[in-house]
Design a protein around this ligand. Structure first.
Ligand SMILES: Cc1cc2nc3c(=O)[nH]c(=O)nc-3n(C[C@H](O)[C@H](O)[C@H](O)COP(=O)(O)O)c2cc1C
Length: 355
């Protein structure tokens, strides 16, 4: 719009219009922020910043519904319901009957996933092991009896493993041998690194780091993200140059991960922020995993700007319900490259005690 106006109007007039628009918007925003209705009106009429997010949320909801929460390699619905069953199984005291409202849905979803033949076997095993445990543990009221009958007819996946993917005791959990001092050192070792050796990053190392990072928590264990991975240094630099935070060092990036959130994991708007939370948590684990494998990283901000969004959608062939969350440069840190000191806030500054 602005570039079209530039063709027909002198720059001075364009600048005056831009300034007037800016002033008008800042006056309006002050008044319209006073309640939700006028705020919504403001973003409907004067500022379109939230439109993409709204479209992505709606597209996600529609895609979820059209697929009934089941996608090619994973099912958001199966993962969520299996998680809910596991929570029910560990409740103290455990209820003799629970999950009546969604047990038929869960068994039907597992059936759909089994017939698809494309879902990750470990995901199917988790669901079927938990369901087996559930049916052994609860009283069989009519709904649960019906669900159990459906479950028993399913062509369950054959598991080689004798280990059951079911809840276990806290005392049986894996214990790491890292003490807090070593962990603190690792946190300090990880620093945003912008200068890398001219050395390719093997996809196998990235897979190893992602495998480690995937242990991150996520809402209802849905893990609604994917890592779009570019190990070709030239292409990595080109995509890394799309957002503005990489000026001056994009050319130096050896490998790049774009963490993409998927809003089709949710049937309801209330969960629209979860992709950013889960994506942020896994990104942190990923950076530490890389660090432990001898690689360094730099998180890169993804600003919601029309032009960049279009470029990234095209570069990665993203769907409307997918949102880039952030980018991550990965490589072997250059010995003589600089690292900003980046003073951290103290616990004193960060903790607000509530009595
Ligand atoms: C979400 C996020 C976005 C960031 N975006 C950029 C970026 O675009 N460009 C950049 O050079 N650094 C970026 N950083 C790195 C920060 O500048 C850096 O984390 C911060 O200054 C603290 O330094 P440290 O990571 O070494 O502890 C980003 C960090 C985060 C967490």
């Amino acid at each position: 719009m602005k570039s079209q106006l530039r063709k027909i109007l002198p720059n001075k007039i364009i600048n005056q219009i831009t300034n007037m628009r800016f002033r008008m918007k800042s006056i309006l925003s002050r008044y319209m922020a006073k309640n939700r209705f006028t705020s919504a009106l403001y973003y409907f009429i004067f500022d379109f910043q939230y439109h993409r997010e709204q479209q992505a949320t709606l597209a996600g909801k529609n895609t979820y519904q059209a697929n009934e929460g089941v996608f090619e390699k994973s099912s958001a619905l199966l993962r969520r319901n299996t998680h809910r069953l596991e929570k029910g199984l560990i409740m103290v005291p455990r209820k003799p009957i629970f999950a009546e409202s969604y047990i038929i849905e869960t068994v039907n979803c597992l059936s759909q996933c089994l017939h698809l033949n494309t879902i990750e076997p470990a995901e199917l095993k988790w669901a079927q092991d938990v369901l087996e445990k559930y049916f052994k543990s609860v009283d069989h009221c009519s709904v649960i009896k019906q669900a159990n009958e459906l479950f028993e007819k399913l062509p369950l996946v054959d598991s080689q493993s004798s280990i059951q993917s079911i809840p276990y005791l806290y005392s049986e959990r894996i214990i790491s041998n890292i003490d807090s001092k070593a962990l603190h050192q690792l946190f300090k070792q990880r620093r945003s690194t912008r200068w890398f050796d001219n050395k390719p990053v093997d996809i196998q190392v990235i897979k190893q780091a992602v495998e480690m990072a995937s242990q991150a928590p996520s809402a209802c264990n849905r893990q609604p993200f994917q890592f779009y991975t570019i190990t070709d240094a030239k292409k990595a630099s080109k995509i890394a140059a799309i957002p503005m935070g990489t000026k001056g060092f994009a050319e130096n990036i050896q490998a790049l991960l774009v963490i993409v959130g998927d809003l089709s994991a949710y049937p309801k708007e209330r969960d629209r922020h979860v992709i950013y939370i889960d994506g942020g948590l896994v990104a942190m684990q990923l950076m530490l995993a890389f660090e432990s494998l001898g690689l360094s990283t730099c998180p890169i901000n993804w600003p919601d700007i029309e032009l960049y969004e279009k470029q990234m959608d095209k570069a990665l062939s993203l769907e409307k319900h997918q949102r880039p969350i952030m980018l991550m440069a990965v490589g072997y840190g250059e010995k003589d490259g600089g690292i900003p000191f980046s003073q951290k806030k103290s616990a004193e500054q960060l903790i607000k005690e509530i009595s």
